[in-house]
Design a protein. Sequence first.
Length: 224
Amino acid sequence: MTNEAIEKHFQESCALRGGFWAGIGKVDADVIGHLINPAFMGGPRWPSMRQAFITVRMGTSTIVASDGLSDPFDEPEDTEAESYNGFGLEFYVETSGNLDPVIGSWQFDVVWQMSQNAAQAGNMQPLLKQYKYLTTELYDVKAPKEFHNDDGRIGVLLGLQSKTVSSNVALSLETIDIVNVKLLTLKELQYVVKFGKEGRDKLAELLMAQANPTYSDLGRKSVV
């Protein structure tokens, strides 16, 4: 694929992804990025090197989402990679009310850490398609201490289906997944650690029975 073709797919993907979020709520004009790209300081490389995050305001809730994990690869390692929109997914956290400021919030920490982990792994989309739900633990999230385990990590569940946000969107090269990241209580994290996939699936079932299953809020009571 030529540089011109890669740039064309990049621009199309950005427009389609932006249109997707604009159809859900009011997108803040300012995109959140870095003065120095973390990839230049030893962090994982995103597909087009662009590491960005957007804020979508929906009246009763606010979404913070990654924006760049599904960019086409600007330097594909092989010809097969030319057919992909990056890692094939973007992550988002949804929280009640109007989140302001976004930078410095624990919600932003969750999306940032999850995105960096996914960029480092590179193969999270196939795992989500295989298992539907995944859980993981994240460092350096400014949630209250009661959400942290003994190692200082918080737990999140990936893959809950929103009632207002579609789980996928067609971009320039393929359809990507829009993946909700749900903050877990410490009891819920311990439950999943104890019971594995069975516990994860049961937890997802209990959370999906709630009024706003994809919201991540500190005041939510544990479902286990």
